[in-house]
Design a protein around this ligand. Sequence first.
Ligand code: TXA
Ligand code: MG
Length: 336
Amino acid sequence: MTTNMTKILFNELGVEQTKKLLRCGECVAIPTETVYGLAADAQNPNAVRKIFAAKGRPTNHPLIVHIPNISHIQRWAQDVPNLVEKLAEAFWPGPLTFILNAREDLDSPVTGGLKTVALRIPAHPLLLDILTDLDMSLAAPSANRYKGLSPTCSEQVLQQLNGRIAGILEGGNCEHGIESTIVDVTGNHVRVLRAGPINASDIEEVIKQPVIVPNTHNDIVPGNVSAHYQPNTPVTLLSQNQLLERLEENNNQNTGYLVFSENCSDALSRHNVSGNRIIKLRDTPAEYARHLYYSLYLLDTPDTAEILVEAPKQDTSWLAVNDRLSRAASYCLADD
Ligand code: TXA
Ligand code: MG
């Protein structure tokens, strides 16, 4: 851990500084197309341990290894099923992470002690260039403190990790705004362990086989804990009617609102709720996901008493968004 202030690294010089730091075994926050990650040389155990220390993350919570190309798969995994090649061709570089059997001789803190390993090729051009140029695999969890919200811009990384890491490579706002889809391909069927930007139906179309999407999967994978992705302010999920009722009963000036319907935003204006306490997101899953964490960061200020969220519908296209919202929420009343 470093006690100096964390530097934001810009432009070409920033990319060169990032590479240098990574080569020296330091941790650097990097942009990905999903959320910002906290990267270190995956083959350097001391560098990987710095990630756990900076995040305050338990060392049995495994990390995703980001690789520059598919030839790196065999450095980490064995018994790779054929469908991985098909899926990689369709979705890599991109927001899909495979859980594969780890090589028998692999002894690395990235697995958190499991016999499996998580791999993906990310699509953000800056990161992909760095990976390719260094020909290195980079371990990178989301660049937040343990259980915090994943950051989707460099300022939010700084808010959480200032003084704990060497630098943050500036790469703009993340395109997807939520973490990658994670699929376990070690069994007879592909199973979604974490819903994300790529849906089960997108995967089924490529492999022509059904994909299992457990409601709450039974694997207790360390790191997949329900109280995750939480802002400091309590979040409550409400149906549109519940939210409108709450507004009639009690319009607390310290409440923040995350809504998407015209009904809710009109009612909030009628009740003179201050504009900086309301965020209205677009009513489509990809657009909503892109701005979700960013919006929660904005509403999560020290003078906010609670955040009320208008729950999106329970529909498979909203699965990833609803998963993140239910983890962010301390209370979930929405049932209609
Ligand atoms: O989009 C993403 O996936 C981002 C960017 C930075 O790539 N990364 C990310 O990493 O979300 P992290 O560490 O915040 O979440 C990784 C998840 C954890 O829930 C962890 O339990 C799971 O992946 N995971 C990692 N290795 C695993 C394994 N071998 N078996 C099952 N789950 C695993
Ligand atoms: Mg995370």
